[in-house]
Design a protein around this ligand. Structure first.
Ligand code: GUN
Ligand code: FE
Length: 456
């Protein structure tokens, strides 16, 4: 099962092209072209199904997944800080602005050392693939060389990735030892990364560059202006943190008299290819603006529990037509698993709905209608993430890349128990979202190629 390009895959596939519903392709056939894109999806008893199977069998291109296994789209992590992986699970007990200066900037500064960067980036990308993350939208560091290395490692390991050199130049908010030398340098280095990715001889559309102002507080006006102009010029993806915590949101309000969303829009940084991380304090007008621009939001429920002083109003954003996916926000969120991110999104939505303060009368607690279930969480982690990035990933549909994971409930160390007698296919997907772990993800494919992770 190493390489599925040009093959016809027989198996049971789960995906969620639309919010709040899942599609089960039981005993289906998915045919890939030579590049690893999906050429055909055939469900039993579609017309011609048996003939397609027979033809693939005769041609020796039929690959049958083991009985009792399930194929899911790979996960799309819409927000992750690659250099913060070494501090995963540490330093979660201080506010964001303290955390950045005390722990995070000193760690990120170490990526000036390319050997250090190689060691940690290698481990991270391997671990993410093993956790089923087939597309990641990465913040790297301010360093040109280490960011290029992250691009190289994603290409080498075969992970679909969007990589941004972090831009941050404001001496008021960034330490002397860790910032762009000037706004011009931040813009020039961002442009240089875009050129590097475009000219990379082994990059056949797998990795994309991203314009990455860290967040408004860390950037001067000329840097934001220059990056906005670059975004308009090149049409590249843009990522930044938006209205994450009381402090970050308040800082922008006091500097500009406007919200993050309005400020970013004013600088030309709110495009159809923009992903705003967190966005917990979006106003109704902000949501309308984000939706009108077609920008996306990376909902990071685990990190929000530690740093945001808020819960992202997911249902409200979806109702406004905002494109929302899920992010781990490593290491603000202490897990590399997008399955955990789904669970946390569900749990956070339940807490938002019910409220948690027993001193408040029950009928006044919480926000009714906020809850989500496993089907929406799964949609956010797959199809919606692809949609927010404008990439054809996260669904099993002709024209989409075959980025997928094989879930095996009988894998050694399984945390997932499936009963043939008691569980429907829908129950199985529900159990995967709530109980599967890395041990259950026995194969990961990106563009039809088997990509090996840490344990795979
Ligand atoms: N805001 C600015 N930088 C960061 C970061 O690295 N993590 C999080 N969670 N928020 C930020
Ligand atoms: Fe972040």
């Amino acid at each position: 099962m190493t390489d599925l390009r040009g093959k016809t895959i027989a198996g049971t596939f789960f995906h969620a092209p639309h919010p709040g519903s899942i599609e089960i392709l039981a005993d289906a056939l998915i045919t890939l072209d030579a590049r690893g894109d999906i050429a055909d999806v055939s469900r039993w008893p579609d017309a011609g199904h048996a003939e397609k199977r027979k033809a693939a069998e005769d041609a020796g291109t039929l690959v049958t997944m083991p009985a009792g296994t399930y194929v899911l789209p790979g996960f799309v992590d819409l927000h992750i800080h690659a250099p913060q992986y070494p501090q995963l699970g540490k330093a979660l007990n201080v506010p964001l602005e303290v955390w950045l200066h005390r722990y995070t900037f000193p760690l990120e500064a170490r990526y000036a050392d390319i050997a250090f960067a190689r060691h940690h980036y290698d481990m991270l990308v391997g671990d993410l693939i093993a956790n089923g993350t087939t597309t990641a939208l990465y913040f790297a560091t301010v360093h040109q060389e280490a960011t290029r290395l992250l691009v190289d490692i994603c290409i080498e390991k075969g992970q679909r990735a969007l990589v941004g050199k972090v831009a941050m130049d404001d001496p008021e908010q960034c330490p002397d030892y860790y910032r762009d030398a000037s706004s011009e340098a931040g813009i020039a280095d961002t442009r240089a990364l875009i050129d590097y990715v475009a000219a990379h001889p082994e990059n056949h559309g797998l990795v994309h560059p991203v314009i990455t102002p860290r967040f408004v507080p860390s950037c001067t006006d000329p840097l934001l202006e220059g990056l906005g102009a670059l975004a308009q010029e090149c049409g590249c993806h843009v990522q930044t943190h938006c209205s994450e915590s009381d402090w970050a949101h308040g800082y922008v309000l006091s500097r500009f008299g406007k919200t993050d969303t309005e400020t970013l829009d004013g600088f030309g940084l709110l495009t159809r290819r923009t992903v705003l991380a967190h966005s917990n304090f979006l106003t109704e007008d902000d949501m309308d603006r984000v939706a009108a621009r077609g920008a996306g939001v990376a909902h990071c429920p685990l990190s929000n529990a530690y740093f945001a002083n808020s819960v992202f109003p997911l249902r409200a954003a979806l109702a406004k037509g905002v494109r929302v996916g899920l992010g781990t926000d490593i290491s603000g969120g202490p897990s590399a698993s997008m399955i955990e991110a789904q669970r946390m999104a569900i749990a956070a939505s339940r807490m938002l709905e019910t409220g948690v303060d027993p001193d408040i009368a029950q009928e006044k607690r919480g926000r009714p209608g906020s809850r989500i279930d496993f089907d929406l969480a799964f949609h956010l982690a797959t199809a919606a993430g692809g949609d927010a990035l404008d990439l054809p990933v996260g669904q099993f549909k002709p024209g989409y890349h075959f980025d997928a994971i094989l879930v095996d409930p009988s894998a050694p160390g399984s945390t997932l128990r499936v009963s043939e007698e008691l569980d429907t296919d829908e129950d199985v997907l529900q159990k995967i979202v709530y109980t599967a772990s890395r041990a259950n993800l026995t194969q990961v494919w990106i563009a039809g190629r088997s990509v090996s992770g840490g344990t795979a």
